[in-house]
Write a protein of this length. Structure first.
Length: 149
């Protein structure tokens, strides 16, 4: 195990932040009758929308590590709850893509908005060089976690 230096203090802090964010997400899921995977799916769908990508059920399942049956059950559950809709793809009308309903976006903004606003305000206190260092660290940890299996 790595020595308990200043780096490990930050690693422990990152772990604590991860736990708190997980609990915050779990409270959202609980209050809205969702499974934690439902929340992860909505985040993946909103992230795809943010960058202008269409998300098929297959891509969503792959992003969440679900098999075909699990993905279908997830999308069906979210659709019944009014959080997503299936539509024809804009680029390829033969494809069916999953989109987040505005109601789900508003629900998420009501719960996560204050936390996001606080994080943005904290980041405004750093200069561009410091934000680049934070971005590099977080991207590196995310990539390491993604390849950890």
């Amino acid at each position: 195990m790595a020595s308990e230096g200043p780096e490990m203090e930050l690693v422990h802090l990152l772990r604590a932040v991860t736990v708190e964010l997980g609990l915050h997400s779990a409270r959202f899921a609980n209050r809205n009758g969702m499974h934690p995977t439902d929340v992860r799916a909505l985040i993946a769908l909103m992230d795809a929308t943010r960058v202008g990508e269409e998300m098929t059920a297959g891509r969503l399942g792959a992003a969440l590590g679900l098999n075909s049956a699990g993905t279908t059950a997830l999308v069906d559950r979210l659709e019944r709850a009014g959080h997503v809709r299936r539509v024809r793809g804009r680029r390829d009308r033969r494809q069916v893509v999953v989109e987040v309903e505005q109601r789900a976006v508003e629900l998420g903004q009501a719960h996560f908005g204050p936390l996001i606003a606080h994080a943005v305000e904290l980041l405004r206190g750093y200069d561009e060089r410091e934000r680049a260092a934070i971005r590099g660290f977080l991207e590196g940890v995310r990539e390491a976690a993604a390849g950890a299996d």
